[in-house]
Design a protein. Structure first.
Length: 201
């Protein structure tokens, strides 16, 4: 009887060790590296220079950096532990110069969205670009992965940059942004004329 008990304890211990090892192998971590996180805080005022010689300001209304953990299952297969970091940045312009097609609010938010269903991805997180001062009711302008690993804009180099274009040359826009600086460049297009607002950091 004692021998059976010892064998049972040994088997149970082996199973627990195996389960723990398996659990560690299936841990998924989605991190936003420190060098890519937002450098601004609530209340910061950002200066933008315009191609017409004027300047405009934007106020940082909120920056949230959130770490969450939990478990999920991929298509009914093994359970995975995850640790995920997300960042939300809300800015508000002090002008109406960025109101073009589908943009009717002075507020823009950039929210990172990690892909829980793709554990092998090495891409930077998906990012939502929203227009609106409240999350509920805001319009989604873009939802995409970083388009540029690195891009020079106005003689400065920016990493992991997202890009969206309305595609309308008469009353459209192009927006470049990343999680570190928010909106880096906004191009307003109207009747063949472009106005470019560039972040001065």
């Amino acid at each position: 009887m004692r021998t059976l008990t010892k064998i049972y304890i040994m088997l149970l211990s082996f199973m627990l060790i195996t389960a723990c090892a398996k659990e560690k192998l299936e841990e998924v971590v989605y991190e936003i590296p420190a060098e890519d996180r937002c450098v601004f805080t609530e209340g910061d005022v950002l200066l933008y220079s315009c191609s017409n010689g004027s300047t405009d300001t934007v106020v940082v209304r909120n920056v949230d950096f959130i770490t969450e953990s939990g478990t999920y299952t991929v298509w009914g297969a093994d359970m995975h532990n995850y640790i995920t970091e997300t960042q939300n940045m809300l800015i508000e312009t002090t002008h109406d110069n960025w109101k073009y097609e589908k943009i009717d609010s002075r507020c823009f938010s950039m929210n990172s969205l990690p892909k829980y269903d793709d554990i092998n991805t090495e891409k930077f997180p998906w990012c939502l670009l929203l227009n609106g001062c409240e999350y509920t009711g805001s319009k989604v302008i873009a939802q995409n992965l970083a388009v540029y690993d690195e891009i020079p804009l106005n003689d400065k180099s920016y990493k992991k940059v997202y890009y969206q274009s309305s595609g309308d040359m008469n009353n459209g826009y192009e927006i470049y942004w990343n999680l570190k600086y928010g909106i880096i460049r906004f191009v307003g297009m109207s009747s063949g004329t472009n106005l470019i607002w560039q972040l001065e950091d």
